[in-house]
Write a protein that binds this ligand. Sequence first.
Ligand code: GLY
Ligand code: MN
Ligand code: MN
Length: 434
Amino acid sequence: MLTIAPHIARRARLAGLIGQGVAVVATAPEQVRNADNHFPFRYDSTFHYLTAFPEPEAVLVLMAGESPRSILFCREKDMEREIWDGFRHGPDAAKSLFGFDEAYPIARLDELMPSLLENQPSLYSLLGDDVRWDARLIGWVNTVRGRARSGVSAPEQFADLRRLVGNMRLFKDEHELALMRRAAEISRDAHMRAMRTTRPGMFEYQIEAELLHEFCRQGSRSPAYGSIVAGGANACVLHYGDNHAVLADGDLLLIDAGCEYAGYASDITRTFPVNGRFSGPQRAAYEIVLAAQEAAIEACRPGQHWNQPHDAAVRVLVQGMLDLKLLSGTVDGVIESEAYRQFYMHRTGHWIGMDVHDVGDYKQSGAWRVFEPGMALTVEPGLYIRPADGVPEAYWNIGIRIEDDVVITAQGCDNLTAATPKRVDDIEALMLGH
Ligand code: GLY
Ligand code: MN
Ligand code: MN
């Protein structure tokens, strides 16, 4: 069902933040895969956040000021193209259905934009993504400059829209949280399906197929990012994506996969034994990562700053590395020297929302951002133990990550993906069918 009110409200808010000027936001271009085949179309997140309009070749023009106006440029109705490619709203229907003040054919964009920019002090857009788009903006402004003798002035300021919109998108409203909860549920079911299905001798891509089946079966039309299905040593490759190896009895399987649902991402990692039962060393390493993740989640609450979950996770992981004799020394010494980075080399999370690595600043005026209700982030510590001198062989090639998606609330945080099993007993019970 189409819900338009939040999108209209966001345009009004953005117009208020801009004050005076014009914002122009294009949706994403269609991407050729090969010959005359395209990748599935995915709209630009900010464009969708502000419009809900799903078609390619569309541009939002937001006129800020005393009485803000929203203008959509989109494809015209075209029976021939609709027979081949599918339905198009056309400007008239789009205007009423999506709540715009005006709508025009996209083919008229270059003709009409200069007039819309006349006597406006500033032009906001997402600058620097696409040089052709940037050149087009400058072209419109130059056309207005050419009309100087008729008494009009051209925008003097080009401004990047990223920070304004990033700070809006960082705080998820109820409409967004409902979609993120649904994405999280679907991804939970997909991870549970993978745990139930995995057996030694299967290929990683066969487990990927189970994830995709569950995503699509429940109305998600795409993963939010390339799924990582990494058995054994492959789990120590952080961005592994080949997913073509055979799963060996006695190895762990790390799955980092989340669906996109109605434009919103989920991002879950679980690590479990291919044969359903953790070995002693696997379990010892796993419990350390789980404890680190719990400590990090505990630090996700209002008033804490962005880096505190990471610091909490690192402290627990380092104690674990000392306990397993992966490293020697003291917790503070290993943190100080960063020797732990041999086994934990990434950060503990990122903002999540429409994009899996979502917009929003991590620092403000040089200081880590302080958590406030409505911010959504991942919590994803890991331990990656490659063979090396001095590293006990029992732990070689163990790669573990545990990742959940949380939203900061007034009291602490709400873990959207908590129902995806992660305790050793719960994983073993699910996999062994009791
Ligand atoms: N799956 C991408 C990430 O965890 O950041
Ligand atoms: Mn992930
Ligand atoms: Mn992540």
